[in-house]
Write a protein of this length. Structure first.
Length: 1102
């Protein structure tokens, strides 16, 4: 077919087509299911009338011709496209460039309705895991280009027979595209009653009336009478005037129900979800933020009631530094109460994988920057798109001065739905935040039917709820609210409309309004209780009855994000640890007079927390963003390593290192308890020795040492050292001497069996399986009889959608073991360490695992070097255990959580892949097994088998994700008693927070060869941070209680402290002064509490 129609046939200026800035149409969009559900509450006759009225709103014709691949002039009206195939909305397309074309003609009537004088708009929507840029042509002329385009005028004053050839070009994209929808919306001629408005008023009333009315039968009868007044027969007789009169009469009847409907209020909160880096690099996001913020500010000039809500402090910092004029305008709007800052965090991070300290620092740097720049103290947590939320988040928020939380992501669950809208979310310590689930974060319409249906459902879950917040605005790649959606909101907010009240406003306005109406009765629910059936809270007159949720919020969907892009996850973990260690060392050095590197450490946390952004952390972005992140992490490592090294040298300057000998070696423990472990150190002997090297302690006792590499000509050695009993947050000094000196060892190797005085490990020489892991002290076998421990298991991992994100239900039901080995070799026999190397080849990949047992160690280390070249394969390490129970325990930020090992209901079945930080544990009350990792986050436990997820291999959006060399380790910790008695929490920290060793200069000093600067007791409390206070001369100490015990925490601190007080996580004093007795400060801690104490040092030593 060829078409040639003059642009003048449109009878509107071309400039109006190109810009389309004003008089943008209403966006009457509601789901077909919503409409169907509402229609079924009406009589068949009313259904027929309302359905007929729906046919007036859009021109018919969904079939579009399309061509895959670019064309030089695909927009040309004379182009013959008759041979092109056709496509309909929701059809899939490749990632190549594609053209769509269709001739659109104004009919004589639309299902009987005369369109003469109507304005008709056009909007095309496509998606490719995000917005797709579009170039739109009318009759061969380009009228618009960009992504998330607003509607464009197609016919200004329509006449039957008017025609336009529409062509849309979509460029090549990273992922496959979806042709989402086409709208040719009709604004009816002025002077005639609007059938679309009346239809939506009918549907909105039908959706909400039964919930609001005290006499629903009578009020529904009034609605039915109103609908019946619409005279379709007049329309069929082409009596347009009579039909219009019947609509006027119908509205008069409907008007009697308006007071009831307006008991309800919709708070309309404009926002834009902006992904810091995803299918585009962060450098592009700067421009996205600029355009989004500029648009929001411009719209504020045009719409006096419009407010805008935005999270992510980093975006505001970009504007302040790069576009100060925009930032000045934002400040003005903040003072007016029209620009709302929410979130408080540096960006919107993943909230399962970053450690608790990373989450706190995101708030600390974010809230402090926002307070300094704008005078705003953020109170609303805002993370609508992260992939699940850890159980301690309410406590983190509450102790950061925040009272509310907003997310919509839980509605993405693939199996069950949390039946909440407005509710209390509670942490294990009892901290609560008022939490709200909006219907999406980027609604691009303010349709009263959608809103009314949402409120009706919310009232079932929260009796008495009459106010609802709706988030609107284009998101992901920015954009924010459009004129179209603001016009729609203003249209429905007019006094004459028969819908609930609609008000533009901030999220704080909504929370402030509803929290005054909350009932004190709030029944507590968790996953175990909700699986038995949910019951809404009892209604209370004049109050909103809401439940309390007392667990994590596990997302039953994007389960692969705990594993994809393994190197980024390692960078996250290691940068957290290195920066926290640097803070500790720098804090101690500050007490000795060395300047504290505030700016460098703050910048490090900004980098770390930016790269905790949910799509970055999840591994769901394009490849380039991980290359950029790698460079940023490398910079953090260099800076924090320099801070640590310089600080430790400053501390060493006060130690009498000369007493240790001519070559002193300082070993520092960053944890707040005494511990032993292996550590590597580079040592330079003053003169070369052909007899090797040894390390001695202060009593000249030989310290177990292994030379990893050496250069006898220069006297340079790299050593592996077994350092025992290094004091808590302290050091011991060893010294190096020439000559290799013998030392005793408890290690024995016989065949492929290794043992020390605590453990015996047997490896099958034919399969490479660990067939026995025997605890010699407790006298029990950890592995199930006849089982293959450390079995590498593979799974076909091709999700139906969201490749990088998802592990689909059923994926783990079909396991293929890697059960053949190339070789099993003993490569070390002691005296410090024994090791067995297992080499395997499978498909296109090679696996080298070194199973290591060190002298006196209660853990077995599995060191992995994998050359990974699979596609859509998932890899796990499995451990069938001799002891198990109905629950496995997993470490989460600042604590632990139990999850079922059974699959007895849909909630348990949905949690087949779960997140954890450093360890997970399975066992019974007598014995157990902790599986500890250094850079992994995905686990599962079913029956008696505990598994760690090692690697994935998706192809979209990064076709090379995780391919290539992978190096990582995990540890096996069999133990007597439960995980609390076995101190699995401490073991996880010790495996991740390594001892640090460095050669120092021999000199005299006031400190001994072994010393603890800081200690914390009792053992059920972990010290996570020591840092200089932000605003005072003092140190911040942060601990958390992990065993569920009321305790008194004793801090043993350096001398010179003058006062101490509890603070919140933002370092604001919250309690009475704490007593100081000598070098001891004591504070009470509740079960599972995060406790922060500031200890003042007004005159640090010079």
């Amino acid at each position: 077919m060829t078409v040639s129609t003059c642009l003048s046939a449109l009878r509107i200026p071309f400039k109006a087509l190109l810009v389309s800035l004003f008089a943008i149409p209403l966006l009457h969009a509601q789901s077909a299911k919503e409409v169907s559900d509402i229609l079924h509450t009406l009589s068949p006759q009313s259904q027929k009338i309302v359905e007929r009225m729906a046919s007036f709103g859009d021109l018919p014709g969904n079939e579009w011709r399309y061509h895959v691949g670019d064309l030089q002039h695909g927009e040309d009206p004379t182009l013959d496209d008759s041979g092109w195939p056709t496509a309909k909305p929701r059809s899939k397309a490749s990632n190549e460039a594609i053209w769509y074309r269709r001739l659109i003609e104004v009919p004589k009537t639309l299902n009987g309705y005369d369109l003469t004088g109507a304005r008709i708009w056009f909007q095309f929507r496509a998606n490719a895991n995000g917005p797709v840029p579009e170039i739109v042509y009318f009759n061969g002329r380009r009228v618009a280009m960009g992504d998330d385009l607003e509607p464009i005028i197609l016919f200004d004053q329509a006449r039957p027979g008017d025609k336009v050839l529409v062509a849309v070009k979509l460029p090549q994209t990273v992922g496959a595209k979806t042709f989402v929808s086409v709208s040719t919306h009709i604004d009816f001629a002025k002077g005639r009653p609007n059938p679309s408005d009346l239809r939506l008023e009918f549907l909105s009333t039908a959706a909400l009336l039964p919930s609001l009315s005290k006499q629903p039968a009578q009020d529904m009868a009034t609605l039915e009478q109103s609908i019946a007044t619409v005279d379709l027969a007049a329309l069929d007789a082409n009596n347009q005037q009579k039909f219009d009169s019947s609509m006027d009469a119908a509205r008069q009847k409907l008007e009697t129900l308006k007071p009831l409907l307006q008991q309800a209020t919709f708070h309309l909160t404009g926002n834009s979800h902006i992904d810091a880096a995803w299918l585009w690099p962060a450098s592009e996001t700067v421009d996205v933020v600029k355009r989004t913020f500029s648009t929001a500010l411009q719209l504020m000039n045009e719409y006096p009631d419009y407010t805008y809500t935005q999270s992510a402090a980093a975006y505001n910092q970009w504007m302040a530094t790069k576009y100060p004029a925009i930032n000045d305008e934002i400040k003005k709007r903040i003072k007016e109460g029209r620009w709302e800052i929410v979130g408080g965090m540096w960006v919107e991070p993943d909230l399962n994988m970053p450690d608790g300290e990373s989450q706190v620092r995101s708030l600390l740097v974010g809230k402090r920057w926002l307070k300094k720049e704008y005078g705003v103290d953020v109170r609303i947590g805002w993370n609508p798109d992260s992939f699940g939320y850890n159980w301690q988040l309410p406590q983190i928020y509450k102790r950061s001065g925040m009272d509310y939380f907003v997310t919509q992501k839980m509605t993405w669950n693939d199996t069950n739905q949390l039946p909440f809208k407005l509710f209390w979310w509670q942490s294990p310590d009892g901290s609560k935040v008022l939490t709200y689930f909006p219907q999406g974060y980027g609604n691009n319409n303010l349709n009263p039917v959608r809103l009314s249906a949402d409120l009706a459902k919310a009232r079932e879950r929260a009796p008495g709820m009459e106010e609802m917040m709706d988030l609107y605005g284009v998101g992901d790649h920015g954009g924010g609210p459009t004129r179209a959606v603001l016009d729609e909101g203003n249209h429905w907010a007019k006094d004459g409309m028969i819908v609930p009240k609609m008000e533009f406003g901030t999220a704080q306005n909504y929370f402030s309004s509803v929290e005054k109406e909350l009932s004190s009765n709030s029944p507590v629910w968790n996953y175990a209780s909700i699986a038995k059936g949910y019951k809404p809270p009892a209604a209370e007159a004049g109050k909103i009855s809401i439940p309390t949720w007392d667990s994590e919020m596990y997302l039953e969907f994007h389960r692969g994000v705990f594993t994809t892009q393994a190197q980024h996850k390692r960078n996250m973990r290691e940068s957290e640890e290195e920066t926290l260690n640097a803070e500790k060392y720098a804090s101690l050095a500050w007490l000795r007079g060395k300047a504290y590197p505030d700016d460098q450490l703050t910048d490090a946390w900004k980098t770390i927390t930016f790269n905790d952004f949910h799509d970055l952390a999840a591994g769901s972005g394009i490849g380039v963003i991980y290359k950029e992140a790698q460079a940023e992490f490398d910079k953090v490592r260099l800076e924090t390593d320099a801070i640590s090294s310089n600080s430790l040298h400053a501390l060493a300057s006060n130690i009498n290192t000369k007493a240790a000998g001519d070559v002193p070696v300082l070993i520092f423990n960053p944890l707040a308890w005494s511990r032993s472990g292996l550590v590597t150190v580079n040592v330079q002997l003053p003169s070369a020795s052909s007899n090797g090297i040894s390390l001695l302690d202060e009593h000249n006792k030989v310290v177990p040492t292994k030379v990893l590499s050496s250069d006898e000509k220069t006297g340079a050695y790299k050593l592996l050292v077994q350092a025992d009993d290094v004091p808590s947050l302290g050091y011991k000094v060893l010294h190096a001497v020439a000559g290799e000196k013998p030392f005793k060892s408890d290690l024995k190797v016989s065949g492929t069996t290794m043992e020390n005085d605590l453990l015996r490990v047997e490896v099958d020489p034919k399969t490479g399986c660990i067939t026995s892991l025997y605890d010699k002290q407790a006298r029990f076998e950890s592995l199930a009889k006849g089982a293959c421990g450390n079995q590498l298991q593979t799974f076909h991992d091709l999700p139906a959608r969201y490749d990088a994100w998802n592990i689909d239900p059923g994926t783990l039901d079909h396991m293929i073991p890697i059960d053949k080995v190339d070789s099993v070799d003993v490569i070390e026999k002691g005296p410090m360490r024994a090791a067995i190397r297992v080499t395997r080849t499978w498909q296109s990949s090679k696996f080298v695992q070194e199973i290591e047992l060190s002298a006196h160690s209660d853990m077995v280390d599995v060191v992995n070097d994998i050359d990974w070249h699979e596609t859509h394969v998932l890899l796990k390490a499995a451990f069938p255990l001799a002891a198990s129970g109905p629950m496995a325990t997993y470490e989460i930020p600042y604590g632990t959580i139990e999850r079922p090992t059974t699959r007895n209901n849909s909630w348990e079945k949905a949690q087949f892949e779960v997140p954890a930080l450093r360890w997970a544990d399975l066992g019974d009350s007598q014995r157990g097994f902790s599986l500890i990792n250094e850079a992994k986050y995905g686990y599962d436990a079913e029956g008696n088998t505990l598994r760690l997820t090692l690697l994935r291999s998706p192809t979209s959006p990064d076709p090379d994700a995780d391919r290539g060399h992978q190096h990582f380790s995990y540890a096996l910790y069999p133990h007597a008693g439960n995980w609390k008695q076995a101190l699995s929490e401490r073991h996880g920290y010790e495996y991740n927070y390594k001892l640090r060793a460095q050669q120092v200069v021999p000199h005299t000093g006031s400190l001994p060869l072994e010393h603890s600067y800081i200690a914390v007791a009792p053992e059920n409390v972990v010290l996570t941070a020591v840092k200089k206070a932000e605003d005072k001369n003092g140190l911040i100490f942060r601990v958390y209680e992990w065993a569920g015990k009321q305790s008194d925490v004793t801090f043993t601190v350096p001398p010179g402290a003058t006062s101490a007080t509890e603070t919140n996580l933002m370092e604001k004093a919250t309690g009475s002064p704490l007593a100081i007795s000598g070098d001891k400060v004591t504070a009470h801690i509740n079960p599972y509490e995060i406790l922060t104490v500031r200890i003042d040092y007004p005159n640090p030593s010079k």
